[in-house]
Ligand binder design. Structure first.
Ligand code: AMP
Length: 542
């Protein structure tokens, strides 16, 4: 017997319809490329997203055609999120931090028909245009009078001219919720980039689960600042969950420095912010230097790379801000786990609570996890056994776009490439990327643990631990360190700092001071590049 409920498809357009109707006055505030602050409401977002849909319909595009964006977090990008997917096209968010040759490859692979870009990225467009063979329309996200006469981009038009004459009347179509809605290429370091292709259904379910109290706990009382870019896994789904809950949205545009982010948080009364650790590092330095405090921020979700304990402590102890440590992947839309405490943790002292908060957290509803050994056998959830982490769920990929990268699933589970433990309460902790694991004397050393200790030293701005070949132990860890400006620490002082904080054999054999640690297009440390940088390095005593 079938249930007798209405069969509405889960459509991304329903999010903006809801936000317009129920939170029409809800604000969307953006720092623009021009530097000024733009503010309007969800009502305006809906109004202009429908104009986008009408403009796209006039372009003779097919259902599921890809429309690319090369843009910062901002209101026009948000309108494209709803206008493109809502009208049955696929929003393809390009990462401007990639090399132009990679952008060309990705645009051609995705067969993008239209590219919408912020003027900041005009030089990239000028460098790639002639090689992007499928693109028929180039649209600059600006007013008509901001368009340079000599842009050199054939057929370039401004976004405002493009949608300006369109009607804001549009009936969002209802179609199969399994239809593709958006796509994002992974930042994988080997082989060609591969794309995760999200559907309306997967995006909607992810938005529901992401907003839950034990996930990101979003509501109409929140003012949300996604510092995490809209070009990286849909800004962790925040634009969708914000529209679903009516939360005020604040976009930082291109200004990601500590001062600009801090001022935006204070001026707009942000309650909840989301970003990778490197962004928060810059903001905390700015705040510490100026002895600043927050007046409204109460929580921040940090993910993308392991959040150092020192950062969790600084947010909590100095500023009264709760850190939600989270983990996910492009292939997972991206949310997999969020670290929120259970009732049983309420009576723990702050040190014990910290031990829990450091973990990447519990699987959110919809994400099933397991850890396995080399033979694929499931390992116990005891917080000690570590193995390859596999996941499954309705917003996790089944295969990559165009079937590339073969069949990624193993008996229905997606191998994440991360190595982790899971404890009896279901809290998962990443110890490493499987390719970064350090094997010393037959034992594994977690590079993240080694880095976290170094990061707690007051003179250390960034630390990366890698394994170096060793004749006796197979590999030994060393730590590459960037010092904070004006701060001093010696090799021996830093090695001594590990005393009592970890087992002796897990203490790095050496410290290498470097000016920078290479970061990838999504802000992650690139250990392969670091190894290249240190190819002449020799471990002491070898
Ligand atoms: P991406 O697909 O670019 O978002 O990268 C996903 C990868 O980032 C994961 O497989 C992890 O290796 C890493 N990652 C994401 N969040 C965390 C976290 N909280 N702690 C440690 N690693 C993380």
């Amino acid at each position: 017997m079938l249930g007798l409920m209405q069969k509405h498809q889960l459509m991304i357009s329903s999010l903006i319809e809801f936000a317009e109707r129920h939170h029409g006055e809800g604000e969307v505030v953006s720092r623009r490329v021009e530097g000024d602050i733009h503010r309007y409401t969800y009502k305006d977002v809906g109004y202009r997203a429908r104009r986008v849909a009408n403009a796209l319909d006039k372009m003779n595009l097919a259902f599921s055609d890809r429309i690319a964006t090369l843009a910062w977090n901002g209101y026009r990008h948000l309108e494209l999120y709803f206008g493109v997917s809502g009208s049955g096209k696929v929003l393809h968010t390009l990462n401007p931090r990639l090399h132009p040759d990679q952008i060309v490859w990705i645009v051609n692979h995705a067969e993008d028909q239209v590219v919408c870009f912020d003027m900041t990225f005009l030089p990239i467009i000028q460098a790639v245009q002639s090689r992007c063979t499928t693109v028929k329309h180039w649209i600059a996200l600006c007013d008509a009078d901001k368009l340079p006469a000599d842009s050199g981009v054939l057929g370039l038009q401004s976004y405002e001219a493009w949608i300006g004459t369109e009607s804001s009347e549009y009936t969002w179509p209802e179609f199969d919720e399994n239809s593709a809605s958006s796509m994002c290429y992974t930042s994988g370091t080997t082989g060609n980039p591969k794309a995760a292709l999200y559907s309306h259904r997967s995006t909607m379910l992810h938005a529901f689960a992401g907003a839950l109290p034990d996930s990101l706990n979003m509501s109409a009382r929140d003012c949300v600042l996604p510092v995490v870019p809209m070009f990286h896994v849909n800004a962790w789904g925040l634009p969708y969950s914000a529209a679903m809950t009516g939360a005020k949205l604040v976009f930082p545009g291109p200004a990601m420095d500590g001062k600009s982010i801090y001022e935006l948080i204070e001026n707009e009364k942000v309650t909840f912010a989301a970003g990778v650790p490197t962004v928060w590092q810059m903001m905390l330095s700015h705040m510490q230097a100026g002895k600043l405090k927050f007046s409204t921020l109460n929580r921040t979700v940090i993910g993308g790379s392991a959040c150092p304990p020192a950062m969790i402590t600084a947010f909590n102890d100095l500023y009264g801000v709760e850190v939600l440590h989270a983990w996910g992947m492009t292939e997972m839309s991206p949310l997999g786990t969020v670290c929120t405490l259970k009732n049983k943790h309420a009576s723990l002292n702050s040190e014990e609570k910290m031990k829990v908060r450091l973990k990447q957290g519990r699987g959110i509803y919809g994400v099933d996890m397991k850890i396995v050994d080399e033979s694929g056998k499931s390992l116990p959830w005891d917080g000690k056994a570590y193995g390859d982490l596999l996941v499954r769920g309705p917003w996790i990929i089944s295969e990559y776009f165009k079937g590339e990268g073969g069949a990624p699933l193993v008996n229905g589970w997606f191998p994440t490439g991360d190595v982790a433990t899971i404890d009896a309460d279901g809290y998962m902790q990443i110890t490493d990327r499987s390719k970064d694991v350090i094997k010393s004397g037959g034992e594994w050393i977690s590079s993240i643990d080694v880095e976290n200790i170094a990061m707690a030293h007051p003179a250390v701005a960034m630390a990366a631990c890698i394994g170096m070949k060793h004749p006796k132990w197979d590999e030994r860890p060393i730590i590459a360190v960037v010092k904070k400006t004006g701060a001093e620490v010696t090799r021996d002082e830093l090695i001594a700092f590990y005393d009592g904080k970890t087992a002796k054999w897990q203490v790095p054999d050496d410290v290498v001071f470097v000016d920078t640690i290479p970061l990838g297009a999504t802000g992650k440390m690139q250990k392969a590049k670091l190894r290249e940088m240190l190819h002449d390095y020799k471990l002491p005593g070898t």
